[in-house]
Design a protein around this ligand. Structure first.
Ligand code: FES
Length: 123
């Protein structure tokens, strides 16, 4: 089951470096797991439909921890002031403006993989 957009080209696919970060079952349904990286924390979300999405764990409004937000459909609501972000694009929804960085991730054989090329060294 692939949950990130497919790479546009073979060159892009070759440039990716997938790392195994967890079992899918290690991420709560409609919840998230925090991944510490060289560039800050990334929230890896699992939706009710078992899709996975990786976004920066920092709300662009005032830095709220999105990994502690409420997952509904393919969106997450920030726990601090209720801004809603699309898990696919990272874009704020409704009247709010802002965007959270997203990272390619997918599920393979029950394991969650994330493209480490944009993360630096994951810890
Ligand atoms: S910090 Fe996320 S909505 Fe304010």
């Amino acid at each position: 089951m692939t949950h990130a957009p497919a790479p546009a080209t073979f060159e892009e696919a070759d440039a990716m470096s997938w790392i195994d970060i967890a079992a899918l079952d290690d991420i709560p349904l409609r919840g998230a797991r925090k991944l510490r990286t060289a560039h800050g924390c990334v929230a890896v979300f699992r939706t009710g439909a078992d899709t996975v999405h990786a976004l920066d764990d920092r709300c662009p409004h005032r830095g709220g921890p999105l990994s502690e937000g409420i997952v509904h459909g393919t969106s997450v609501t920030c726990p601090l002031h209720n801004w809603v972000f699309d898990l696919n694009t990272g874009a704020a929804q409704g009247a709010d403006e802002g965007k959270v960085a997203t990272y390619p991730c997918r599920v393979e054989g029950g394991r969650v993989l994330i493209d480490a090329t944009r993360l630096g060294a994951a810890a």
